[in-house]
Design a protein around this ligand. Sequence first.
Ligand code: HEM
Ligand SMILES: [Cu+2]
Length: 548
Amino acid sequence: MRPPAERSRPAKPNYLHDGYSVKSWLLTLDHKRIGILYLVAITLMFFLGGFFAFLMRVELMTPAGDLVTSDTYNRMFTLHGIIMIFFFLIPSIPAVMGNFVLPLQLGAKDLAFPRLNLLSWYLYMIGAIGTIAIILLGGVDTGWTFYTPFSTAYSNSHVFLMTMGAFIVGFSSILTGLNFIVTIHKMRAPGLTWFRLPLFVWAIYGTSLIQVLATPVLAITLLLIGLERVLGVGIFDPALGGDPVLFQHLFWFYSHPAVYIMILPGMGVISEVIATFSRKRVFGYKFIAFSSLGIAFLGFLVWGHHMFVAGISMYSAMIFSFLSMFVAVPSAIKVFNWTATLYKGSVSLDTPMLYALGFIGLFTIGGLTGLFLAAMGMDLHFHDTYFVVAHFHYIMVGGAVMAYFAAIHYWWPKISGRMFPEWWGRVSAVIVFVGFNLTFFPQFLLGYLGMPRRYHAYVPEFQLLNILSSAGATILAIGYLLPLAYLMWSLKYGKIAGPNPWGATGLEWKIASPPISHNFEETPVVTSPAYTFTEADFPDHVQEAKVV
Ligand code: HEM
Ligand SMILES: [Cu+2]
């Protein structure tokens, strides 16, 4: 790789200045701009989903269901789940960061199919706007899992429209995954061999495989629900000779792998951040790379752990239980290797690193409690209690959302060309960590004590823990709103970021921040493995005075 200094001057206007009109944004084929379009859209969805979470936590402050009716509560947790899963978490890191960063890390001009990329965003928007419209029509009450026969025969809400919304957004996900796979295969810069790739690329590669292989199963399943509701063909409805458990098989055959669509990209981010802020090559690079593929593969074999009490045979349950334990192995490899990277690294605790460390701790708790649930006997007790709610929020919010925030902060200088106020960044990271644990840790206890999930009222004994949880959610909300404020502020007032403010390795840090439209003035040539730090790689903000 060339020394960074000589490529840092933006000879051409950067991608943000390449036309200011609305049209220049809505018809853009630049992967960076499309990344920003996703960023804006999913940020709105995150706060919309968060708004429903907030209402639920207000409702649950008192044992009596006195804020909303049980029907409204059903609609709230359904919309919260659908929005957070399909419209926030699944697209978050792949669609925003994958779009923005992947071609930069590969030394490419763009993704392989820029038009397909723009189309994916439009599909996402059609699904998202449709969902919001359905909320205005009154929403859906089935839970985000659309379990039959409730969703097909009983619910009189807008299930059909909602499944079509998820169906459409599914295609956005499939096309994005395809685009990434082709780009990673075909558009790597000269010298950028598979084992020189940044680990973020490996993670996105694993994710894309799942997106392409699993999402069509969900699409077909949602289509079948539609057929069942409109035509009553008797696929899932027992009254017509259908099988509701079949629905669960199909649904979880997608949705368990989907959990890894949510978490794998986050793991990729964590590898980048840990390497940069420990100033060390990630320990066991190949293990981390292959564990991404291992997770992608094993994720397809364990869907039955969601169905231990659904009436599957004891023997198949035993096999699913056994296989589920196996998925823990590649995840644990990553956690051990990150820890080994930190060991004797020259660690600095900048904002992205704080989020990354938060990820490791919280994801580990989420993962370990997952083993409790994978153990059949324990799941009989924990099934459909708050223990499950706590477990998956530790993975999805403590893991994936933490990683998403790490990513936003890490690449923000590249995206915007500005630094955010570091002090505020650290404060918000700490608030998020504290707020998160206060919100979700009490729910492990609630679940253990037997509080069922999806109820809008509960016995008074559970009130104290619920109040703690609601108080935590308030703190967490502040932690999430702060970055919104200071990142916007930084767009105008933030310090100008150099090309490489963190002293990171990787091609994206060799070019100007923000990058020019086609990224690289000339095709870069890679001659060394990822994360080869040299003495010269001091962060810009450390040797600020010396940097022009
Ligand atoms: C940010 C703070 C959040 C709070 C306070 C919160 C709170 C809640 C609550 C109270 C429930 C209902 C639990 C039940 O009765 O079963 C719930 C369910 C759920 N949450 Fe969250 N949540 C938050 C963030 C998220 C995020 C970021 C995601 C995903 C990315 C998420 C995904 C889900 C899902 C999938 C459900 C299940 C919905 C269903 O049962 O159909 N949550 N959440
Ligand atoms: Cu699962």
